[in-house]
Structures are given as structure tokens and as C-alpha cells.
Design a protein around this ligand. Sequence first.
Ligand code: FAD
Length: 425
Amino acid sequence: MIKSDKPAIVWFRNNLRIHDNPALAEANRNHAQIICIWIAEPRFFEHTLNGHPRIGAFRAKFLYESLQDLQSHLRQLGNELWILKGEPGKILPQIAEAHGIKKVYSQAEHTDEERRVEAEVAESLDLKLYESHTMMHPEDVVGGVNRLKKSFTSFRKRQERDWKIRPVCETPEMVSPPPQPAPIMQSLEWNMQMWAELDQPADSRAACSFRGGEQAALERVEHYLWNTQHLSNYKETRNGLIGADYSSKFSPWLAVGALSARWLYFEIKRYEEQYGANESTYWMVFELMWRDFFRFSAIRDGNSFFGYLKNRSWPKLREFQAWIHGETGQPFVDANMRELKNTGFMSNRGRQNVASYLIHDLRLPWVLGAAYFETQLIDYDSCSNYGNWTYLAGIGADPRNERRFNVAGQAERYDPDGAYVQLWD
Ligand code: FAD
């Protein structure tokens, strides 16, 4: 196919990878010149309702590393990543005009803020959006994504009856080079040093040393599947609390799109062919379905998915501060909250318990907890985070009055010798 001599923009968002990246692959197929861009948007520097930065130090460092990795990968393939700062709706048209560009290729997002930004860009440019964040394509939701059931189990059963995962797209061996950059590019450039400097001291108790970027993501998959075959025991170990391998730890890379969920699905299938399918390999796909389910729920619900409370005058702030700092007096909650504060990560078991404790024991508004997780979680993903919080608050998926965990009972069951509580004492 002959490539157009008109250049195009590839606007990277939560798809910081080369593999299975349809926006990049399609632009590369169609255009002889490409400008690759990532934009630090003003909203990234806003604060949550708790007054904390939306992107806290752990997230910032992980993003910084992911962008650096993408930069070096694109250079190897003959291109370059421009890291810019500004409103995409303003700066993409300026860049396009300076280079005679009409087309912008990017990843489709489905949450309100992201869609508003997309709409601004699409006002003056031909914005081509590709689905690449989920394992399943939203158009393949049985019965239609807008009529998605509230119950995860019904969704799962319907999908499993009519199972369809689209093939991954090809990984480019070379990327079309960029045109000579117009002067405007330098003027919009953002120096990420501010994020690099937020680096937190490493905590030797951390479950995993997360390094951002596609390279590290693929190494993690190599480790968890092929080198150790931990995947074959995932169902038995997934409720663990200590160490790198009780669960996959894929979430931070999935969140920024350094790892494709769809590519991962086919790796799991390839693994099953070699080492055999069992309940654990099934369960990994089951959890990836939860991730898809929350994103599809956000498409169905629009902004109400985030369920913000209108009342912004929060009671009991002292209790909230104690929860954040791991000083509530409930040892299992405190251990988990200290892990989060010091490392940016917490196990799924921990997240369920601390969230339940905030909602049902401290009786604090769940959005306070969700907003703190937004700042702090290295794997923060708007749909997975708010979806899980509303689920536990009983107002999201499978709505029900009390989804409460007996935290002391959970500690006895999952930390019977108290090793985890002791680790974070
Ligand atoms: P594994 O157990 O190895 O699971 C494999 C993958 O499946 C994960 O990487 C993740 O992508 C997906 N997954 C697993 N459990 C869930 C789940 N309950 N919901 C959605 N996807 C799931 N996950 C995030 O990625 N980002 C978040 O911001 C986030 N916030 C959460 C908030 C609360 C209150 C709770 C209870 C859970 C939250 N989760 C979130 C889900 C889950 O805790 C993490 O995905 C998981 O702990 C990450 O570790 P892992 O990669 O080792 O998971």
C-alpha cells in the first residue's frame, strides 16, 4: 500500500506501547511521516477533593519511566516522542497547522473528562480513535454495551457463551519518520524532570519493584508466565499479601497501556497450550473480565459511573487522616494503608478491606477513599478504581445495601500468623 505523503499525528494517551497499538499501526500503515506526541494536560496537575495531587509521586515516577521507555523504543524504530504540555484541543490544531496535518490517530477513551478533550480535538481535526485498552472490544459486548447488565456474573456468562476476542494488530518493525519539526514544537515541550524528582525512597518491604515502560511490562509477563509458571497457581495464591508473585502485578502496566490486555489474553492462551489450562489460568482471564466490565459500565453510565456526592463538606476528617496514615488502631487496615503510603501498591485483599472499613466502620464517604487511591495507587485506573469503590459501597455493580468485610476475621484468615501486620508495624 502506498503511504500518503501528508504527515499525521499519533497522540499517545493510556496506550504507551508499540505492541498491539492500533492507532500507531494504522498511522504507520497510512502515512510516510508521523509525529508522535504525548501531552501533559492541565488536569493532570489538579488536586483531588482531598487536596492531594491527582497524580501522586508513585504514579508520576511510573509514568515518567513509561514515557522514557516509549521514547527510546520509538527512537530505535526511527521516530521520536514529543512530550508536550497544554490543552490537546488547543495545541494539536496548532501543531497540525504548522505541519499541514489533518489526521490524528489515538486511543479511544470513554470517561467524561477524556471524551470532552477528544471532542475539542475533533472540532478541527480528523480524529481517528481506536479501542485498545480492554481485552474485549466494546462492540463485542453481547446485547450491546449500552444495555450492559449491572451484574458482573450475568455479563460474564453471556460473554462466555458467545466468546470473542479480536486478534492483536501487528507490531511495527519501523515507524515512519517525523517531518522536520516546526518551531512550535520546541515551545510546547515539557520537561518531565519535575516528575523524575518526585522519586520516593525505595521501601525494602515493597511487594514488587515496579519500573514503568513496555520493556519492563513484557519482562514481568515473561517472569510470571514463562520463567516461573506462577500463572498455573494463581487461583491459590492470589489472596496473598507479601511478595512479588502471589499475584501477577500486571496492573500498573495495564493502567498506562504499556501492556495490552488483549495481547496478554493471547499469551495466556499460548501458555495454556504449552502448560495446560486449569482454574488458575481461567481465573486470570476472569479478573481481566472484571477490568473490562468496569470500563464498559463507565461507557453505559457516563459521568454517573463516578457517583460523586454533591455535599463537599466532609465530616470526621481526623478519622480520615488516621485511615490514610495507617493509624486507625485496626492493625490489618493500618498495615495495608502503610503499604500503600510507602510503596503505591496494595493487594486486592487489602484494598477490599480498607475500603470496606472506611465505608462501613468509619462511615466516611467512599469518594474520599477513592480520591486518595487516585493519588496514591501506582496502578490507578479511573474505571477499575471507581468501579470497585462503588461496588463496595453497594451502589455500583451488583448493587446491594451492605457489602461489608469483617476485617478482623479477614486478618485471621489471610494473615493467620500476623506476618503481614508485623511487616508494616
Ligand atoms: P491480579 O490479581 O494478578 O489480576 C490480574 C489483573 O486483573 C490485574 O492486573 C487487573 O488488571 C485485573 N483485576 C484484578 N482484579 C480486579 C478488580 N477487582 N477490578 C478490576 N480489575 C481487576 N485495579 C486497578 O488496576 N486500578 C485501580 O485503580 C484499582 N483500584 C481498586 C480499588 C479498590 C477499592 C479495589 C477493591 C480494587 C481495585 N483494583 C484496581 C483492582 C485490583 O485490586 C487490582 O487490579 C489488583 O490488586 C492488581 O494487582 P495484580 O495486577 O497483581 O492483580
